[in-house]
Design a protein around this ligand. Sequence first.
Ligand code: LLP
Length: 449
Amino acid sequence: MPDPATGMLPGETPAPAVPHPSGPLPTRLLPDSAGVSAEGRLTLAGVDVVELADEVGTPVFVYDEEHLRARCREAREAFGSRVAYASKAFLCKAMARLAYEEGCCIDVATGGEMAVALAAGVPAERLVLHGNNKSVEEIEAAVSAGVGRIVVDSFGEIDRLASLHAGGAAGAALPSVLVRVTPGIEAHTHEYVMTGQDDSKFGFGLASGAAAEAVERLTRPGSGARLVGIHAHIGSQIFSLESFDRELSVLGPFFAGLGLEELCVGGGLGVAYVGGEEAPTISQWAGAVRQAARAAGIGDHIVLSAEPGRAVAAAAALTCYRVGTVKELPGLRTYVSVDGGMSDNPRPVLYGSGYEAFLPREVLAQRPRTVTVVGKHCESGDLLVRDAAVPSDLAVGDILATPVTGAYGHSMASNYNKVPRPPVVFVADGAWRVVVRRETYADLMALDQ
Ligand code: LLP
């Protein structure tokens, strides 16, 4: 366990201000319950990670359950009872249940995510349905289940709500809805995960007047919905709280005149993936949002909500792989091939995202060797860590781990090359349990007719 005063693990020396590229893994990238055994091996909540990986097999996503719970509690305390965990970051029944138990609503962006959350026993009233292309079936399912909030994204959807209502198919209760607004600001993040700019497939533009028109149409009698608030989401993996300042300064004047009860600022808080990166905490984010809201004329009686995904789940997990092949190309590079790859973590390929790598058998070892960690897929782009610092004695057969893989890893996993998706293990109180089992070859053929 880290020392509560310094945050350091037993045996760890203070990190230099700028981490040395060949130094040990910065342990603040590890989940909260990480520790180091007497033999120098990684433990999570008292469980030896190498032993776990040997037993469950690799690759495997290993989550620190208490870390997930602590972040959900922090979000709930910071933003209040309407805060939603964005389940696209990582979802399975155990996760939906956990977020609900810790007081969060669940943001579901599709009928599939909604089905998982409902199957987990989360009451429909605690769900928020998103999506820029919700089908009639998805809207109907949400309304008849009694989903707590629907975030309306297009005029077509407003029409669908009205005709559902007129047709009486959805029953008498009107769904509570928020209008998703694109505030016309560009957050400092990767282009693919930016969503607040005018040119976006999401929401109603503020500058064009579309947002005002959506509000007007939803407040007409017979709209089939009860408009309760405004929603905006400006992007993901945002480090600078100033982006949220700008979001609120644009939304404030629009929201102020509407007399609505809720303003949701979306998700998007960034996390540190590699040494040298610093991200605000969820509480700091909430503090900045509240302050910016006040400055934008939004009174304290307004429910300010948010939808963190990555900030809850990313640092809670690490992925363990087994090293299968080491190929040294003299004068070029050393390729270390592991038994997963872009099918369990497509982020390096999609966004050029960086990760650290380390050996759980010697967590605090120096990492003087630079290698390229690649997967087992049939393409050169199948890269996990381009220039990974690893210990000099890394060898075939080792368990190699990448930290901060709890968000948008398992949830974006694929079966490319018919590679079965890895299992998900939760670790807590000295014990572990499989919450999603490993896919089998039979699973891969289950849908074939
Ligand atoms: N709310 C809405 C409406 C969103 O679209 C998203 C993320 C979130 C909340 C949660 O954002 P977070 O707190 O996790 O940043 N696959 C990309 C990230 C895509 C994010 C999509 N929307 C990645 O791996 O970086």
